[in-house]
Design a protein around this ligand. Structure first.
Ligand code: MG
Length: 154
């Protein structure tokens, strides 16, 4: 059985993962409306991954006999200045998610909940990958200064 403290924290994380899905969908929409279909598709795929992250928490809470409580989602930003801004924000957002996963892990340790620790390990590893891949893309876009033929290549 999941402790009340962990259950509350996991429900918060469901909201953060669904907000991530919403944010990346919004970025996808901005890219697609600017005819940047390739990057638009990239963010669509990212959004789908965030949905799966939320559902992992959703299922884990149920598997542990807890109660899922879905909260209201904030509206994501819908206008962006540039692709550089989008990827900077994505990196910042993923760093925020990494912090919140780390906090969850610390709570799981404090609660001596080994199943939760084991479950969260996947997310710890996932965040390393997320941050690395977003950093790489951001670096490339900065190299080409976010414009011209280079963007078409990306
Ligand atoms: Mg996520």
């Amino acid at each position: 059985m999941l402790s009340k403290k962990l259950q509350d924290a996991f429900n918060e994380q469901i909201n953060r993962e669904f907000f991530s899905e919403y944010l990346y969908l919004s970025m996808s929409a901005w890219c697609k409306s600017g005819n940047m279909d390739g990057i638009g598709n990239y963010f669509h795929v990212q959004a789908q991954e965030e949905h799966q992250h939320a559902m992992k928490f959703f299922n884990f809470i149920h598997d542990r006999g807890g109660t899922v409580l879905l909260k209201a989602l904030d509206a994501p930003q819908s206008k962006f200045k540039s692709l550089i801004e989008i990827f900077e924000q994505t990196l910042e957002h993923e760093q925020f998610i990494t912090k919140s996963i780390n906090t969850l892990m610390s709570t799981a340790f404090k609660e001596d909940d080994h199943a939760a620790v084991s479950f969260l390990k996947w997310f710890i590893d996932e965040q390393v990958e997320e941050e690395a891949s977003v950093s790489k893309i951001l670096h490339k876009i900065k190299l080409i200064k976010g414009e011209g033929h280079g963007l078409l290549m990306i």
